[in-house]
Design a binder for this molecule. Sequence first.
Ligand SMILES: *[C@@H]1O[C@H](CO)[C@@H](O)[C@H](O)[C@H]1NC(C)=O
Ligand SMILES: *[C@@H]1O[C@H](CO)[C@@H](O)[C@H](O)[C@H]1NC(C)=O
Ligand SMILES: *[C@@H]1O[C@H](CO)[C@@H](O)[C@H](O)[C@H]1NC(C)=O
Ligand SMILES: *[C@@H]1O[C@H](CO)[C@@H](O)[C@H](O)[C@H]1NC(C)=O
Length: 557
Amino acid sequence: MFSFLQLWILPLLVAAAPSPLGWHFVQNGSTGVIPIEAIVVSPTLAILFDRVQNDPLQIDGHNAWGALWNFETNTAMALRVVSDTWCGTGGFLSNGTMVSVAGNVAETPDTTDGRMMIRLFEPCTDPSGASCPLIEDAQNLRLAQNRWYPSSLRIFDGSLMVVGGMHELATFYNADPANSFEFFPSKDNGTPRPSPFLERTLPANLFPRVFALPDGKIFMIANTQSIIYDIETNTETRLPDIPNGVRVSNPFDASATLLPLNPPHFTPEVLVCGGSTKNDSIPVEELSAQDPASDQCSRITLTPEGIKKGWIVERMLEGRVMSEMILMPNGKVMIINGAQTGYGAFNSVLNRVAGEQSNSDHPAFTPVLYSPDAPLGSRFSKEGMPTTDIARLYHSVVTLTPSGNIFIAGSNPNDGIVNTTKFHSEFRAEYLNPPYMSVQRPVLHDVPANIPFNHPFTVAIDVPAKIRANNVKVALMDLGFSSHGFHSSLRLVFMDAVLARDHKSITITSPPNNRVFPPGPAYIFLTIDDVTSTGAHVIVGDGGAPPVKDQGIPLRF
Ligand SMILES: *[C@@H]1O[C@H](CO)[C@@H](O)[C@H](O)[C@H]1NC(C)=O
Ligand SMILES: *[C@@H]1O[C@H](CO)[C@@H](O)[C@H](O)[C@H]1NC(C)=O
Ligand SMILES: *[C@@H]1O[C@H](CO)[C@@H](O)[C@H](O)[C@H]1NC(C)=O
Ligand SMILES: *[C@@H]1O[C@H](CO)[C@@H](O)[C@H](O)[C@H]1NC(C)=O
């Protein structure tokens, strides 16, 4: 005979058993340092950079502030870093070298001033990374100006462009601006280019949101303003402001992305979501951690007609500040992390949670998926999205991995390591696994390591028997560099692809030229009927050291 208890327990047990399908958060491993910045540097590794502080991970008899995160073992190995990397940026060059730029003044005897540093991490084929050093050479590898809180971007000639920032430690607004652009390798004999746009957007223009357009020009957003910058003529063209006075760069961090580019026209569209409508002439000590973040998304098509139309406004399901956008290989946009109220930074605004330093509150625990092609008004969805209980606020990162899941780490809205409060220093690494991680996936075999532009190539594939192959997408992706809610150089270009009748191979055509996809490292993902393969690592273009010449064929508009 069933007892009352048994009758009730049975359905509860069934409900509690994790379903293998669907989206899942999985917590695994400890990062040992706080990842303020993160970039995937090989199929098995990501570099994590912190500020110099009391991190548990040790190296050379002191605390580490850099680490190699291993996606296979879910462990962190200390990386030897000399200069302070706090609040820098970075990206890849056309020849596959990763460049980390900028940082903070030296705050301990174990470190040196990082503000002008350029650090190199050469292509690493050791799966553990043990034999791959970070190269620093303060005499020969340096920026022209001190920079803290700049952005960066790989451009059409394979160089890294460095944008803005400030010279000195300032705790909230940009009080000592570096209102200029420079490049690595340098252009103009190393003289930075002054920017009227950065002047106009003070004091909330840190970590400008910058994007490489398919014609090689640069679209930039800071504070409430936007421009197109032409590197070749050094001219700025002002574009419409973000509607309704929403401010979108640090310390009012919104997330922003270039949406996936589609052949044959590769029409660029940019989406920027969240931020704050507060006036940036309000002194920081009069702002509140309880001020609601903006729920506004603004989207613009960067063609002459699109610019004439201006920004089109839509609304997220909640306000968000410091969230991040990840492009998924199927072309959707994941909006994840951040808070629903407050601002970036710590220890500076009113109404912080008692005992907390965080300038923000009400963490956003549930990711949102944005479908760029759905009709206006029905693009945001939390359907099937799991909810985490780990707050990812200021100084947290997220990135798509070469396996196709999402790595999430960090959060430290504190001055130093604090382990005892609600918004403590967060060392737990977590993955968000899409549904395709728990089913049989398509497999790409022997993808060529180097892919020229405008070049058809055929790849052997395995397609799971159950898949009907009604919908085939091949994405070429730069996974980007995560720092302060912005994912520099993140890019997805869909490539024309023809599946063989027998489903045993696919013929793919690479992007037409180095402006549609700035030359350098990338991952190719195959998505069939919404099931995505793991990513294949390639170098797109001739693999030469920057600046490289134009390659491929011109785009016809
Ligand atoms: C803080 O927590 C981390 C992770 O649990 C631990 O490794 C570290 O030793 C702690 N640090 C301090 C200062 O208590
Ligand atoms: C954590 O990752 C390790 C290494 O990949 C794996 O062996 C282990 O099963 C994982 N644990 C969980 C709970 O997923
Ligand atoms: C912000 O405040 C300043 C100073 O009070 C004022 O001049 C300006 O018009 C305000 N801006 C907006 C967008 O309200
Ligand atoms: C790539 O180019 C940069 C800049 O010239 C150089 O420092 C780096 O060593 C090069 N990397 C490789 C792998 O050749």
